[in-house]
Design a protein around this ligand. Structure first.
Ligand SMILES: Nc1ncnc2c1ncn2[C@@H]1O[C@H](COP(=O)(O)OP(=O)(O)OP(=O)(O)O)[C@@H](O)[C@H]1O
Ligand SMILES: [Mg+2]
Length: 294
């Protein structure tokens, strides 16, 4: 069903139509090399070409350490690639990507602020008046199901509730692009499904371009328009790019029961498994560092 494509080119049952507008995010020929202490270098990713259209939901999967967060950091403008370009709605990115909201892999809530203040703080750089910021933050907390938790501090919230606050904190700024790094990683399976459906509900209202990093292939398929598979590092690249032609709206628990879902899963897992096995075969990673002293 889902066909392995030429790297960087999505195909499958529903072929990509030629987009008329500039992509929301275009990573072209991206190389990212880190300079380590002692003068050695580590080439994390190379030759990355990834284009995400406005309103498109793209998941990125790949073995741990392959460079998924690194790619999001490049799209967010938090790191400058060693080679290649990052283009946002047709404009070369320089500095921070102010059109993107970033939900980090780590919990980024401020422990000394309530849910309300953690969400309000996102509007500070925009100079929104306090009363208006208060109103909008309450509205967003209600949308993510936390109306009754506005005055709680992060330590008084469950993991899933903290992720909802973080989601409200990102969405309140109404970014045109969302970058999400394993946002549901530490949550249990049931909470992940609830969060996944909540995300789909929010995304479907005013479709943002979304790059979603996850380790959970089922989650990636259930949520996305496309699933991109990265190879094991070092010098990781994109090895496959699959279209997910499942109808929307989707319920992410129910869609997993569909035959078409299993066929897509089988195809993508065939690509991903090879890379995961390579990553494990690398063992302790000693051979991964270029130029390190033996
Ligand atoms: N600032 C840095 N300096 C040196 N190496 C780095 C730096 N940031 C990341 N790396 C290395 O680059 C590689 C890619 O890291 P990255 O965090 O992007 O992986 P990932 O795919 O997000 O992994 P995970 O799935 O575990 O979150 C890893 O080998 C990591 O050790
Ligand atoms: Mg990561």
């Amino acid at each position: 069903m889902a066909l392995p494509n030429h790297p960087h080119q999505a195909a499958g049952a529903a072929a990509l139509s030629a987009p008329s507008a500039a992509p929301a995010v275009a990573l072209c020929g991206l190389d990212i090399t880190f300079h380590l202490e002692g003068g050695s270098r580590y080439q994390a990713v190379t030759g990355i070409d990834l284009s995400v259209a406005a309103g498109e939901f793209v998941s990125v999967v790949g073995p741990t350490g392959c460079g998924k967060s690194t790619l999001l950091n490049a799209a967010a403008g938090l790191l400058t690639p060693s080679a290649g370009t990052v283009t946002i709605f047709g404009q070369p990115l320089s500095g921070l990507n102010r059109r993107a909201g970033y939900l980090f892999q780590a919990d980024a809530l401020m422990p000394w602020k309530t849910s309300l203040d953690n969400v309000k703080v996102a509007l500070e750089p925009m100079g929104v008046a306090d009363a208006e910021a208060d109103r909008r933050a309450r509205e967003w907390l209600a949308r993510v199901g936390l109306r009754a938790f506005v005055d709680r501090y992060p330590h008084m919230l469950s993991g899933g509730q903290r992720k909802r606050v973080a989601l409200a904190q990102v969405l309140i700024r109404d970014p045109e692009i969302l970058l999400m790094d394993e946002p549901f990683g530490p949550l249990d399976a049931q909470t992940r499904q609830i969060m996944g459906n909540l995300l789909l509900d929010l995304w479907s209202r005013d479709k943002k371009a979304l790059i979603f990093v996850t380790h959970d292939l089922e989650e990636a398929i259930a949520l996305s328009d496309r699933v991109v598979v990265m190879s094991a590092g070092p010098a990781a690249g994109i090895v496959a790019d699959y279209r997910v032609p499942l109808p929307r709206p989707r319920d992410i628990a129910e869609i997993r029961l569909e035959k078409a879902f299993h066929e897509i899963h089988r195809d993508i897992w065939a690509s991903l498994r090879v890379e995961v096995q390579k990553a494990y075969a690398m063992g302790d990673g000693r051979e991964l560092v270029e130029g390190a002293t033996p």
